[in-house]
Design a protein around this ligand. Structure first.
Ligand code: FES
Length: 115
């Protein structure tokens, strides 16, 4: 029986077999998660955020995630290439760094206009 994962903020839902990695599910659903290491926990570009409500929907953090993410694991950050789906899951994709920089600049400009 398939499980599903929702990728936020896109709202994209992908159905996969249990045990499928979040990264593979993203690729099957044509959700872009950029990587450089080919899914070997080397680049840290595949970080996703998992709401505590959905923590048990993913396999426990791997040794590689413990080494690479450290305290970020407690904040719900996982590596999409290492975390596998075992229940109805939801993950949040990080904002694109360029978009985040533009948004931050626009917010700064707007707050400057108020003064
Ligand atoms: S794909 Fe590189 S760390 Fe996950």
């Amino acid at each position: 029986m398939d499980v599903q994962i929702r990728f936020e903020p896109l709202g994209k839902i992908v159905k996969v077999r249990p045990g499928t990695s979040v990264l593979r599910a993203a690729r099957e659903g044509r959700v872009l998660i950029k990587t450089r290491c080919g899914g070997n926990a080397g680049c840290l570009m595949c970080k996703v955020e998992v709401d505590p409500e959905y923590t048990s929907a993913l396999t426990p953090p791997t040794d590689a995630e413990h080494r690479k993410l450290g305290p970020l694991l407690k904040e719900g950050v996982r590596l999409a290439c290492q975390a596998s789906i075992c229940g109805q899951a939801e993950v949040k994709l990080p904002e694109d760094p360029l978009k985040a920089a533009i948004r931050k600049q626009l917010e700064q400009n707007n707050s400057d206009d108020l003064w």
